[in-house]
Write a protein that binds this ligand. Structure first.
Ligand SMILES: *Cc1c(COP(=O)(O)O)cnc(C)c1O
Length: 260
C-alpha cells in the first residue's frame, strides 16, 4: 500500500486536486481523439479510475471532478478505502473490483463492490452469489476472459483457483461461466473484462473482443459491457469496441510498487 502517491504525500490537497484535474483532462482528450479516430461517440465510454495504492482522499478529489466509477484490485486495500470514502460524505460513487479474487474473500467484496470484473471460474460465481444474497445486494459481474494465445485452446480448468499472473477464463469456456452468472440469484451478468497480455501488441490482443462480447450477449442481450483498456493501451481498446476503460497511472501518477 506504500506509495509515493504520485506527488501526493506532503503536498497540499489543493495542488493534488489541480494535478488530478490536469491528468483527467489529458486522459479525456486521449479518449476523445481515440473515439474520433474510431468513429465512436464518447458517450459510449465509461472511465473507471483505478486508485490502487492511492489514498481515499484522491478518490474523493476525483469524484469531486465528476468521476463516478472507481476500481481496486485488492480487498485488504479496497475495503478500508471504500469505508473511508463512504464516511467522507462526498458524492456517491461506484466501486469495481478488478483483481484476482479468492472465493473466501467474496463475502467481504460483496459488501462494497457494485461490480466484480474478475469473475473467471464457477466456484467464484457461486461464492459471489451466496455473498450477494447474504448482503442483500445485487452484484453485477463481468466475466474476465484471457486474451493470452496460450489459452486459445481452452484446456485450462475453469475451476482452478487460478494463477494470479494469468487471470481470465479461456475463450472456449466463456459461455459456460457467463451462463453460470446469469443463472445465479443475486448476480447480474454485465459483460466481459479483459487485460492485454504484457508481451503482446494490444491491437492484436483486443481484436477478438467484439466476437467474445457476442458470446456473452447471446446469454443476456443487455450484458454489453466490454471492460478493456488501461493507461498504455486505451486507444487500441476503444478501436476494438471497449465500453469501460480502467485507468490508473495516467490519472493518478506512477505507482511506486507495480500492482497489476
Ligand atoms: C492496475 C490495473 C489497471 C490500471 O492500469 P494502469 O496501467 O495503471 O492504467 C487496469 N486493470 C487492472 C486489472 C489493473 O490491475
Amino acid at each position: 500500500m506504500a506509495s509515493d502517491g504520485g506527488g501526493s504525500s506532503g503536498t497540499d490537497p489543493l495542488s493534488r486536486r489541480a494535478e488530478l484535474a490536469g491528468r483527467l483532462e489529458r486522459v479525456r482528450s486521449r479518449i476523445a481523439a481515440a473515439c474520433a479516430a474510431a468513429g465512436r461517440d464518447e458517450g459510449e465510454l465509461t472511465l473507471i479510475a483505478v486508485t490502487k495504492t492511492y489514498p481515499a482522499s484522491d478518490v474523493v478529489a476525483l469524484a469531486g471532478l465528476g468521476l463516478y466509477d472507481f476500481g481496486e484490485n485488492r480487498d485488504q486495500e479496497a475495503a478500508p478505502k471504500a469505508a473511508e470514502v463512504a464516511a467522507s460524505d462526498g458524492p456517491a460513487i461506484r466501486w469495481h473490483f478488478i483483481g484476482q479474487l479468492q472465493t473466501n474473500k467474496a463475502h467481504r467484496v460483496a459488501k462494497y463492490a457494485d461490480v466484480v470484473q474478475s469473475v473467471d471460474r464457477l466456484r467464484l460465481v457461486h461464492a459471489l452469489g451466496t455473498a450477494a444474497r447474504a448482503a442483500g445486494r445485487d452484484l453485477t459481474c463481468l466475466v474476465q476472459v484471457s486474451l493470452d494465445p496460450a489459452d486459445a485452446g481452452g484446456e485450462r480448468l475453469v475451476d482452478s483457483e487460478g494463477d494470479p499472473a494469468r487471470g481470465g477464463v479461456p475463450p472456449a469456456r466463456l459461455a459456460e461461466v457467463a451462463a453460470a452468472v446469469e443463472a445465479e440469484p443475486g448476480l447480474i451478468l454485465g459483460g466481459l473484462m479483459a487485460v492485454a497480455p504484457l508481451d503482446m501488441d494490444p491491437v492484436a490482443a483486443f481484436a477478438p473482443l467484439r466476437d467474445l462480447s457476442e458470446v456473452v450477449r447471446s446469454i443476456r442481450n443487455a450484458a454489453s459491457v466490454i471492460s478493456a483498456g488501461m493507461s498504455g493501451d486505451l486507444e487500441a481498446a476503444i478501436a476494438a469496441g471497449a465500453t469501460h476503460l480502467r485507468i490508473g497511472t495516467a490519472l493518478l501518477g506512477n505507482r511506486s510498487v507495480p500492482v497489476r
